[in-house]
Design a protein around this ligand. Sequence first.
Ligand SMILES: Nc1ncnc2c1ncn2[C@@H]1O[C@H](COP(=O)(O)OP(=O)(O)OP(=O)(O)O)[C@@H](O)[C@H]1O
Ligand SMILES: [Mg+2]
Length: 234
Amino acid sequence: MMNNGTLISLSGITKHYDTGKVKVRALQGIDLEIKRGEFIAIIGPSGSGKSTLMNIVGCLDTPTAGEYLLDGRPVANMGIHQLAAIRNKKIGFIFQNFNLLPYATAYENVELPLIFAGAPGAIRKEKIMRNLSMVGLSERADHKPTELSGGEMQRVAIARALANDPEVILADEPTGNLDTRSGKEIIEIFERLNVEGRSVVTITHDMSIAERCHRIVRLKDGIIESDTRNGNKI
Ligand SMILES: Nc1ncnc2c1ncn2[C@@H]1O[C@H](COP(=O)(O)OP(=O)(O)OP(=O)(O)O)[C@@H](O)[C@H]1O
Ligand SMILES: [Mg+2]
């Protein structure tokens, strides 16, 4: 499908939570276009709607209103199987707390999405070792999360997110639980993935990380307060 390189297109996205007495307007009309190969930081104060937005983009949550086109197709029309396939193959999601399976080795954690995708054993092994090597963890394949440092756990999570060669990497404060040096390693991996042509969108509170991204989207109270590319307004 021809779509001028646009991968993600959001228009008028709102998300309201009705929790009994109070109605939270987490997103109040988001228009955002993300092209293939972009490297974006989402910033903004706590509670401004960053995670809510990221979860919608990652098809982990649905908006209250508005339209989301992924690769030109409305996500709202997709069935659960199609959404599961998208989460498995098109999008790699990385969380602040890593979300690794605690009793599985690094190898097995990276293997899981490949099993879900139906990849045969020989191909799985090749891809797992390639991805672990990409994040510098070939020597840690047999380690469980408790036998890894925080930075290493996050690198396993990146290898897992890359398992099925997604077009876009979405990360919600991936360096939030890491020391500065480990955080720097994570952002350097993101830079390499972006140079390879993948879109990378990362939420961060760390301006030194945001400034390494090519575009900075700032949220405030559920709306986009500013959107700049290399310091210039979009
Ligand atoms: N499941 C939920 N039910 C009710 N309110 C929610 C829910 N999830 C988020 N909210 C509210 O929506 C608003 C946006 O939350 P969100 O998690 O997107 O913020 P954030 O920008 O990611 O913040 P942080 O930087 O602290 O992670 C907040 O006011 C939050 O309390
Ligand atoms: Mg958040």
